[in-house]
Design a binder for this molecule. Structure first.
Ligand code: HEC
Length: 139
């Protein structure tokens, strides 16, 4: 009787110990919170932390590949990312004429689908506004 009792006590104590340990053990992901991003390049956990934004990226919409928000941003994204990333667009500073030329080149030699005239006008206006050598970007 008393042996059974002490076994029960032992069991309960073990159970308490184990569950206590489980609770107390640190969640590895918790260690990441609150740490400055990219603080240490040698730290393997650094890649799990959102990278610090550079000044140029801060304006972009992450859902649209970092394209700056504005009329035509979404149309541009869907028209252009079928073949390449938005990076190739974001780095451009072109004249209006050069954007027209590039559009035709993309369509005539790369097989870009020509959308309806409205979409074409919207997208080209967006490109000329935001990635221009002739005027300041709207952002
Ligand atoms: C059907 C495929 C396709 C589509 C759609 C497309 N492109 Fe391209 N684009 C290409 C290819 C192929 C290149 C050449 C890539 C390279 O040189 O690595 C290119 C290159 C470019 C370049 C770089 C030109 C240079 O001088 O180096 C820009 C800017 C560009 N595209 C913008 C756009 C924009 C803006 C859109 C949407 C309106 C678009 N592309 C849609 C295929 C496409």
């Amino acid at each position: 009787m008393s042996r059974l009792f002490s076994r029960a006590i032992l069991g309960a104590a073990l159970l308490a110990l184990c569950s206590g340990m489980a609770v107390a053990r640190d969640d590895p992901m918790r260690m990441l919170s609150g740490r400055p991003a990219g603080s240490n390049v040698m730290d393997p956990m650094t890649s799990l932390v959102a990278p610090a934004k550079t000044e140029g990226e801060a304006a972009g919409n992450v859902e649209l590949g970092g394209l700056p928000d504005g009329p035509g941003a979404e149309e541009t994204y869907y028209q252009c990312v079928a073949c390449h990333s938005t990076e190739i667009i974001k780095q451009q500073r072109l004249t209006d004429a050069r954007w027209d030329e590039l559009w035709n080149w993309m369509r005539d030699t790369q097989g870009m689908v020509e959308p309806d005239a409205d979409s074409r006008a919207t997208i080209l206006a967006y490109l000329k506004q935001n990635f221009s050598s002739e005027r300041q970007a709207s952002q």
